[in-house]
Ligand binder design. Structure first.
Ligand code: PLP
Length: 393
């Protein structure tokens, strides 16, 4: 199997599994217990908190709260930020957020909040003047992702935070789920108030996330119950998963191989573009404005689901758009917001690489893909358009 779907989830790193192992066997206590075993568990939780804080440049580890996933961190941030400012009814977000933010904002609009949906251009980039114009005295929250899960396009988090702080009293939430572990992050000199991350995107197990809550920002608990996480998030702490997240953060900090991943992504992308005439990249290709691991490529006039199925048969795992859309036939709202024509959006494939991909795997994929696309193109109802495209190269 060749796994090129690392934005959907990642394999647990061997170092992470090894760190977790004792906590799945003899170290089974509850960190809230007052005995020696409980204290050992608590120490492990606090070590992980430090490791998460170090990776994202939090000023203090007390700013990290463990959650169950990125979606919980996003939901808690947004609901919590609104609950602390009941007189403010305006939210600013973008048209390309993950469902964890987008669907909640749509629900909030139905509940009576006014939501401004910032657009993007054809490269997937935001217009910061639109953000400036949209901020109002009653804006409670600005929620913007750092890295887009489908295209890998990065939004300028520092600049956005500066604008929000300069022009409003709104809280600033960042969905950092796709960025953590893939690019260096330092929250210390930003105006980010809330920052969501998720373990399974960076080689920790599924079922663990975290929320950075800047010192001075207080959110009401999202899950009510015991006093875990200093009363901020109830529920017995899942110590093995927390230890796994800490170990994954440490691994990402100590041995990041972003350059190698970027080299493989660039090789995959440039060779696809040079060998397959109906291929086009969705999103900016400027290195500093996108993740090093992601390439979203449309194969015009060919159905993405069919490409995915053929690649799957060849043992290659990819996604069409985001994994969350794979059960629907709709084209991705992110590509629609970028004005990607329907015939290209329907044929979009997201290749997302990770730390375990090799040159051989990329070259195998490059060997398999042109034949698959040519076969599907031969069956496409858009044969005239395709012939013209193939003839023009
Ligand atoms: N935000 C982004 C940008 C994502 O890509 C994802 C998952 O794909 C999430 C949030 C949700 O994270 P989780 O799967 O941990 O709930």
């Amino acid at each position: 199997m060749i796994y090129l779907d690392n934005n959907a989830t990642t394999r647990v790193a061997p170092e992470v599994a090894a760190a977790m192992q004792p906590y799945l066997t003899e170290l089974f206590g509850n960190p809230s217990s007052a005995h020696a075993l409980g204290r050992k568990m608590k120490e492990a939780v606090e070590k992980s908190r430090d490791q998460v804080a170090n990776l994202i440049g939090a000023a203090n580890s007390s700013e990290i709260v463990f959650t169950s996933c990125g979606s919980e961190s996003d939901n808690w941030s947004i609901r919590g930020a609104l609950a602390t400012q009941p007189d403010k009814r305006h939210i600013i977000t973008t048209q390309v957020e993950h469902e964890a933010v987008k669907n909640l904002c749509e629900l909030l609009a139905k509940e009576g909040y006014e939501v401004t949906w910032l657009g993007v251009d054809e490269r997937g980039e935001l217009d910061l003047d639109e953000l400036r114009r949209s901020l109002r005295p009653d804006t409670a929250l600005v929620t913007v992702m750092l890295a887009n899960n489908e295209t890998g396009v990065l939004f300028p988090m520092k600049e956005i935070g500066d604008i929000v702080r300069e022009r409003s009293a709104a809280l600033f939430h960042v969905d950092g789920v796709q960025a953590v572990g893939k690019i260096p992050i330092n929250l210390t000199d930003t105006n980010v108030d809330l920052f969501a991350l998720s373990g399974h995107k960076l080689h920790a197990p599924q079922g663990i996330g975290a929320l950075y809550v800047r010192t001075g920002v207080t959110l009401p608990p999202f899950i009510i119950g015991g006093a875990q996480e200093h009363g901020r998030r109830a529920g017995t702490s899942p110590v093995p998963n927390i230890v796994g997240l800490g170990a994954a953060c440490e691994l990402a900090r100590q041995s990041d191989n972003h350059d190698e991943i970027c080299f493989l992504r660039d090789r995959l992308e440039s060779q696809i573009l040079s060998t397959i005439p109906n291929a086009r990249v969705n999103g900016t290709r400027e290195a500093t404005k996108r993740l090093p691991n992601t390439s979203n490529i449309s194969f015009e006039y060919v159905e993405g689901q069919n490409i995915l199925a053929h690649l799957d048969k060849a043992g290659i795992c990819v996604s069409t758009g985001s994994a969350c859309h794979s059960s629907t036939k709709q084209s991705s709202p992110t590509l629609r917001a970028m004005n990607v024509p329907y015939t290209a959006a329907q044929g979009s494939i997201r290749f997302s690489l990770g730390r375990y991909n090799t040159l051989e795997e990329i070259d195998y994929t490059l060997g398999a893909l042109p034949g698959i696309i040519a076969d599907l193109a031969a069956m496409s109802p858009y044969d005239k358009e395709l012939q013209a495209l193939f003839a023009s190269r």
